[in-house]
Design a binder for this molecule. Structure first.
Ligand SMILES: [Zn+2]
Ligand SMILES: [Zn+2]
Length: 300
């Protein structure tokens, strides 16, 4: 009997500042081993809320370098160094990750902060723990140990000349978890999701919001709609589905609503808008469905 796998949705919002949803981050845990898929804003604090010491998370996999998927990296690295990290972390990311990390720490953005902290002997002695190993990956098997295998491939989000965007298929114990990062419906996710135990897939805008955006020609749509997600999940035969990366359309916050009025039919914005997501996923997918919220936990 292999160990249970625990999936914790640390952050479930899209890119805006949302009082109720953090940015993208999913924690996979098996026993005392923890793996992070994306590390958007708030991820480190959410680890602590989920009773996981950030200093005990040694592997982070970044799907793409949009800030809502990697912005907590400095917080994670500095805070876990301060929490007496004993194992150097490894950050796996698309091309550009090495440059991002190089400019983030003692060579760049946090140069003064790190120099000030390193005046103390305990910090100076553990200086090497702040700097992660960085592995830039392309499509294929990107990590394997005796507990987990992580496959990556291109998804359809931003043109690769601008930003390399990946989805993941993770084999952990004897379970398979597929994670989309951000994408339109694409063949990679159809393949990665095939017969998986859990598909964690973005579902950024309800159909009504997309119709509004098409009419007003606001932004692009590089995401997956509930109708499309239901089709993909049903076609792939997934055993459970988590819809996540919600574009703040269920908010009750007046600041956020003030902004969203230019992006979607504002009279629909609020918790009730989630019913539209369920209705449209259900047109094609009848299986177990979870609408992600921060700190939601699924045991596999
Ligand atoms: Zn995103
Ligand atoms: Zn993105």
């Amino acid at each position: 009997m292999s160990e249970p796998v625990k999936v914790t949705m640390l952050g479930t919002g899209a890119a805006l500042a949302d009082p109720d949803r953090g940015h993208a981050a999913v924690l996979l845990s098996a026993g005392t081993r923890h793996y992070l898929l994306d590390i958007g804003h708030g991820a480190t604090r959410q680890l602590v809320r989920a009773n996981v010491n950030p200093a005990e998370v040694h592997h982070v996999f970044i799907s793409h370098l949009h800030f809502d998927h990697m912005e907590d990296s400095a917080y994670f690295l500095i805070a876990s160094w301060m929490a007496n990290r004993r194992v150097k972390p490894t950050i796996f990311g698309p091309p550009g990750t090495r440059d991002f990390i190089d400019h983030l720490l003692e060579n760049g953005a946090f140069k003064l902060d790190i120099a000030a902290r390193a005046r103390y002997r305990q910090r100076a002695e553990s200086m090497e723990m702040i700097r992660p190993a960085v592995v830039e990956f392309g499509p294929g098997l990107i990590y394997a140990d005796e507990h987990i295998r992580v496959h990556a491939d291109y998804v359809d989000h931003i043109e690769p000349e601008i930003l390399h965007c990946f989805g993941f298929r993770v084999e952990i114990q004897d379970r398979v978890i597929a994670y989309s990062g951000d994408t339109k419906p694409c063949d990679t996710m159809r393949r990665f999701a095939a017969n998986c135990d859990l598909l964690i897939h973005e579902c950024t805008f309800p159909e009504e919001a997309l119709a509004f955006r098409a009419k007003t020609q606001i932004g692009t749509n590089d995401h997956t709609s509930p109708l499309e997600l239901g089709k993909l999940a049903a076609g792939a035969g997934v055993k459970q589905l988590v819809a996540t990366h919600f574009g703040h359309f269920d908010t009750t916050n007046p600041v956020l609503k003030g902004y969203l009025q230019h992006h979607m039919p504002i009279e629909l914005v609020g918790p009730g808008f989630m019913e539209s997501v369920v209705r449209d996923i259900r047109k094609n997918y009848p299986g177990p469905l979870h609408l992600a919220h921060d700190l939601m936990r699924i045991d596999l």
